[in-house]
Design a protein around this ligand. Structure first.
Ligand code: ATP
Ligand code: MG
Length: 335
């Protein structure tokens, strides 16, 4: 694994007990996820619904529900975050680790002006900030995320903005406390293709200007690859493949990555252009604990050994150690 100087996630496991299904019934949402992130790096996490993307990233600032069972390690600047108290975590949430989510409109109080939202957020970092200073800072942040006429718009309410504008405001709020890491969980899924492209360009611009690290999550591998330096492909709570985004896109090593690429709508293209293959079969039931590769039942290359044990992560023979994949088969030659 590449050395990381900001965040190091090691063997992260998250499960949720299902008491109404029996004492030892549980969902295994993350099953030993490891990755690193350097300052200024954009990591893209991709995978179908239920693959464990949100659970993995919510575990970083300990935002999982209290009944989640979490083991492993989340080192942020060398400090273990798992097991910190709520008080200690407050120094990380927002201040060091910012988050933005899908459907930006839902995160706002409909009765609060944007100026009010910024005032509250900025007060977390500086309890003595005045409303005038908060407004000035908010206008700067909004200008930085490309919202026109930022100062005047602080008096507006959430419903007076478009979805794309709200996502820009969400990014500005996430940056307001000066975070070093921004976790963006499907930030463009609710937006149309043109606005998606603008938000992706904005995130890259912010990374370039501020040198912050970004984790960008999406179902769409083409979209993720257009923004990320490195990719993490997840399935069934496991990392199936990781490596530099361009290399993974050009020569996917894992059959699952290949299937995702075949199923992705080309970023920026109209849906009617080209044929969209969906991946046959269904995502695995996370409450059933099969011993083998979770993708085996849907994999066109599966052999009986695939069902026996989960393969270890390994570098493909033809690539450097910055690429890894979890499959007992040699990668197929690029077609
Ligand atoms: N609070 C919870 N209680 C029980 N199971 C949960 C909980 N949160 C998530 N899960 C389960 O954990 C698994 C991983 O969920 P997660 O939300 O991380 O998927 P995801 O990759 O983010 O999917 P999506 O693309 O739909 O957002 C799923 O099977 C989900 O149902
Ligand atoms: Mg999710």
């Amino acid at each position: 694994m590449a050395s990381a100087n900001l965040l190091e996630v090691r063997d992260l496991r998250v499960s949720f007990p299902l008491p109404n299904r029996g004492a030892d019934s549980f969902v295994r949402a993350a099953r030993g996820v490891s990755f690193g992130l350097s300052r200024g790096e954009i990591l893209g996490i991709v995978g179908e619904s239920g693959s464990g993307k949100s659970v993995t990233t919510s575990a970083i600032p300990s935002l999982l529900p209290a009944h989640a069972i979490v083991t492993g390690s989340v080192l942020y600047e060398g400090r273990e975050l798992l097991g910190l108290s709520g008080e200690e975590l407050r120094a990380y949430r927002g201040r060091k680790i910012g988050m933005i989510f899908q459907e930006p409109g839902r995160s706002y109080d409909p009765l609060q002006t944007m100026g009010g939202a910024f005032f509250e957020t900025l007060r977390n970092a500086d309890p003595r900030i005045s409303r005038t200073d908060a407004n000035r800072r908010a206008a700067e942040l909004l200008a930085d995320v490309g919202l026109d006429d930022a100062g005047r718009r602080l008096a507006s309410y959430p419903h007076q903005f478009s979805g794309g504008q709200l996502q820009r405001i969400g990014i500005a709020l996430a940056l307001a406390q000066g975070c070093d890491l921004l976790i963006a969980d499907e930030p463009t899924t609710a937006l149309d293709v043109t606005i998606q492209a603008q938000i992706v360009a904005l995130l890259r611009g912010i990374r370039d200007r501020r040198g912050i690290a970004v984790v960008f999550i999406s179902h769409n591998i083409d979209l993720v690859a257009s923004v990320a330096d490195r990719l993490l492909v997840m399935y069934g709570g496991l990392v199936m493949e990781s490596g530099p985004a361009r290399a993974v896109l050009e020569s996917p090593a894992h059959p699952y990555t290949k299937a995702l690429l075949a199923a992705a709508p080309r970023f920026g293209a109209h849906c009617s252009e080209g044929r969209l293959q969906s991946i046959p079969g269904r995502v695995p039931d996370p409450t059933r604990h099969e011993p083998g590769c979770p993708f085996a039942p849907r994999c066109p290359r599966a052999i009986p050994a695939c069902a026996a044990a989960i393969p270890e992560m390994a570098s493909p023979a033809t690539s450097g150690t910055d690429r890894e994949y979890r499959c007992i088969l040699e990668p197929e030659a690029a077609t």
